[in-house]
Design a protein around this ligand. Sequence first.
Ligand SMILES: *Cc1c(COP(=O)(O)O)cnc(C)c1O
Length: 385
Amino acid sequence: MIPYGKQEISQADIDAVVEVLKSDFLTQGPMVPKFEQTVADHVGAKYALAVNSATSALHIACMALGLGKADWLWTTPVTFVASANCGLYCGAQVDFVDIDPLTYNLCPEALKAKLEKAKTENRLPKVVVAVHLCGQPCNMKAIADLALRYGFKVIEDASHAIGGRYRSEYIGSSRYSDITVFSFHPVKIVTTAEGGMAVTDNDELAQKMDLFRSHGITRNSSLMTHEPDGPWYYQQVALGYNYRMTELQAALGISQMQRLDDFVARRHGLAKRYDEMLKDLPLTLPWQHPDSYSGLHLYVVRLQLEKCRHSHREVFEALRERGIGVNLHYIPVHTQPYYERMGFKANDFPQAMAYYSEAISLPMFQGLTNEQQDQVVGALESILT
Ligand SMILES: *Cc1c(COP(=O)(O)O)cnc(C)c1O
């Protein structure tokens, strides 16, 4: 089976991890700060906080922004559940904004309309999580303008988008948001096995996230309520979690980051080949906004069902039968039973549902060979024509 996504591990990656195993520190050593610096330098952020997953990064980001019980978090329904769950972790309520039919990202016009309505009902969101689906950045300028006007904070869920750019700046530069989050799960662009990172330019948010990822404990005397009792002293000044990343993960991450630009360039090469080879099939191919350079975590096609002999499900199953490990990103979050119980109806977000009824993620990863890609295209041709 050709998977839809897969890590690429080099000998240098293996050596870097083995080196840590032989060193003095498996956790809380020099590698995590070095990895944070590597990512911060690459994306152009002032602070980077490594954690054990992007899910944890989203949680501490929401906590740092003060999201709490009386608050609302809004995000797109076409995302992984973690983009919404982080609001629930904080006791906030979650709502969704429908997607743009071209980019499949949260639609700024739908956001504006929903904000106007929410304002009259006095239930404006405190946080909006903008997810860069497939690696293509959201229309961040429009979202940032609305954030100013309606007074909400913005988290970029860039789990798909490290190495991508928006208006020529790397995603993570934080120009249009408060905090940006990356995932290093093995199917993503850069991996640390499990792992995530939150980046920001804001001193206070960085300090809070640093506390929340490690029990709410500090050894920084300027954050303590009184002078340290002695050199052993630390204080717990907030309620945090153990969301720390290990040294092994950070070493792998540093080594992977050396190849980030190559990874993304290879993904663009593959996307170009797909664009070319699939253009005559009854498929809607990924549309790229001219302002964006996608990280290209995913290559999603939509079936033009009126031109297909087979249903969406039949095409999906036929691809799997031919050894093509296609996937579907994502089942709209509001249709998950846990969210359905909050009162959401499938058709609350019709663009998301239309997308869900047609979308298929084709294999897209840096190690995908041209021959494997030809196999994917051949399978699609034989099924669709
Ligand atoms: C993968 C993913 C996450 C969660 O990442 P983990 O590192 O697995 O916790 C969150 N949001 C999106 C959009 C993702 O794709």
